[in-house]
Ligand binder design. Structure first.
Ligand SMILES: Cc1ncc(COP(=O)(O)O)c(C=O)c1O
Length: 389
C-alpha cells in the first residue's frame, strides 16, 4: 500500500475520544468526559429543520451560507454586543459572516486561510486538543503558551509575547475556555490585540461558549480590530445542537471571501436544513439559552461545593461547562488515572494530558451532565483519589 501523508500518520485521537470509546463499552457508566449538553435541541429549532426538509430546502446553498441565515447572525450579534459595537463602531454585516461546519469547521478553514505550512500558531496550554490537531493535520506548526493555575488559567500577554518567533502568524485564544472555564477579561484582550498589532499577527478567537457565562462579561477582540481578528462561534453548545454541525466565523470581508472558497472546496456548504434550524435558533426567543445557562450555573455551583466538601477544590470556572480537578495526590498520571478510574469506578473523565503538559496532573469534568451523575461522579472521584479503589 502507498504510504499515508506523514502529517496524518502523526495524528492521534484525543484522550477525550479514547476514553469515550472505552466508556461506550462499560455498562451504566457515568459520562463526564465529553462536552455534550444533556438537553435536547429546543422544539422550535427542530421544527425549523424539519420544515426545511418538508419544503424541499434540501439543496446546496451559497458557499458562505444562505444569505438570510448570515443576515440573522449579523443582526443577533450587533444586538447582543450593542454596547461593544456602539462603543467601538465594530458593526457586523452579513458579508462578514461565513457559516461553517461547526466551530471546528470555522477553526479549520480559518487556519488554512491565514497560514502556510511552516508558519506557527500559538495555542493555549491547557487547551482543547483540536487546537493542535487541526494545525498538525495541515502542516502548520504550533507552539504552546502557558495558562497558569495561579492566574485562574487566564492568559497573560507577556507569556504569549515570550513565545512569538519570526514564524509566528497567529495567536489563538479561547474565551470562555475549554478545559478550564476561564473567561478572558477585556483588559487582557486589549493587551493581546496590541501584541497582534505590534507583531502583525492574526488573532483567532474561539468564542464557541460565548453564551455560557456565569460571572463577568464576554468581550471579543473583534470589537477592537476587524482586520487582524477572526472570531469562531458555534450553535452547538448555546442551543444544544452539537449534531447539526453549524458554526460561523466573523471576519473582514476579504477573509470571508477566502473562507467561502475554502468551504466550496471542502464541504460546499453546511447542510441546508441545519442552516434553517440555526436561523430559527438565532432569530427566535433566547429564553431556552438563558434556561440552559441557569441550569449549567446551578451545576457549576454543585461541582464547586462538592469539590470543597471533598477537599479537592482548586478554582471556580466562570464560563463554559468544564472544570479541571487536580488529581496529583493519587500518584497517577492523568492518562492512567482516567483509565483506571473508568474501569474501577465506572465514571469517565478526560485526562488532563490531552489538553497539554500544563494539565498533566488534572482531569477534566464536563458538568453539562445531570445533577445526579455529577454528584455520584464526584463522590467516586474523591474516593478514587484518596484510596485508589
Ligand atoms: C473550545 C471549543 N471550540 C470549538 C468547539 C467546536 O464545537 P462544534 O464544532 O460542535 O461547534 C468545541 C467543542 O467541544 C470546543 O470545546
Amino acid at each position: 500500500m502507498p504510504t499515508l501523508s506523514k502529517r496524518v500518520q502523526k495524528l492521534q485521537s484525543s484522550g477525550i475520544r479514547v476514553i469515550a470509546r472505552m466508556a461506550a463499552k462499560i455498562p451504566n457508566c457515568i459520562k463526564l468526559h465529553i462536552g455534550i449538553p444533556n438537553f435536547f435541541t429546543p422544539e422550535h429549532i427542530k421544527a425549523a429543520g424539519i420544515a426545511a426538509i418538508k419544503n424541499n430546502f434540501t439543496k446546496y446553498t451559497h458557499n458562505s451560507g444562505e444569505e438570510l441565515v448570515r443576515r440573522a447572525i449579523a443582526k443577533r450579534i450587533n444586538y447582543k454586543f450593542r454596547k461593544m459595537t456602539l462603543k467601538h463602531g465594530s458593526f457586523i454585516n452579513f458579508e462578514n459572516i461565513t457559516v461553517t461546519a461547526g466551530g471546528m469547521g470555522g477553526l479549520s478553514t480559518s487556519i488554512t486561510a491565514i497560514t502556510d505550512p511552516g508558519d506557527e500558531i500559538l495555542i493555549p496550554n491547557p487547551g482543547w486538543p483540536n487546537f493542535y490537531m487541526i494545525p498538525m493535520s495541515q502542516g502548520v506548526k504550533y507552539r504552546f503558551y502557558p495558562l497558569k493555575a495561579k492566574n485562574g488559567f487566564v492568559p497573560q500577554s507577556e507569556d504569549i509575547e515570550s513565545k512569538i518567533t519570526k514564524k509566528t502568524k497567529v495567536i489563538l485564544i479561547n474565551t470562555p475556555a475549554n478545559p478550564t472555564g476561564a473567561v478572558i477579561p477585556e483588559k487582557i484582550i486589549r493587551q493581546i490585540v496590541k501584541l497582534a498589532q505590534k507583531y502583525n499577527l492574526f488573532i483567532l478567537s474561539d468564542e464557541s461558549y460565548d453564551d455560557i457565562i456565569f460571572e463577568g462579561t464576554h468581550f471579543s477582540p473583534y470589537a477592537l480590530n476587524q482586520k487582524h481578528v477572526i472570531v469562531v462561534r458555534s450553535c452547538s453548545k448555546s442551543y444544544a445542537m452539537t449534531g447539526w454541525r453549524v458554526g460561523y466565523t466573523i471576519s473582514s470581508k476579504e477573509i470571508a471571501e477566502k473562507l467561502m472558497e475554502l468551504n466550496e472546496c471542502q464541504i460546499a456548504c453546511v447542510p441546508s436544513m441545519s442552516q434553517m434550524a440555526a436561523k430559527a435558533a438565532i432569530e427566535g426567543s433566547q429564553i431556552c439559552v438563558r434556561q440552559m445557562v441557569k441550569s449549567y450555573k446551578k451545576r457549576r455551583d454543585l461541582v464547586v461545593n462538592l469539590l470543597k466538601k471533598y477537599e479537592l477544590y482548586g478554582y471556580t470556572p466562570r464560563g463554559a461547562f468544564y472544570i479541571l480537578v487536580d488529581i496529583s495526590s493519587s500518584g497517577l498520571d492523568s492518562d492512567e488515572f482516567a483509565r483506571q478510574f473508568l474501569v474501577k469506578k465506572r465514571v469517565s473523565v478526560a485526562p488532563g494530558s490531552t489538553f497539554g503538559s500544563h494539565a498533566n496532573s488534572y482531569v477534566r469534568i464536563c458538568f453539562a451532565a445531570s445533577e445526579g451523575d455529577i454528584s455520584q461522579g464526584i463522590k467516586r472521584l474523591a474516593e478514587f483519589i484518596k484510596h485508589g479503589t
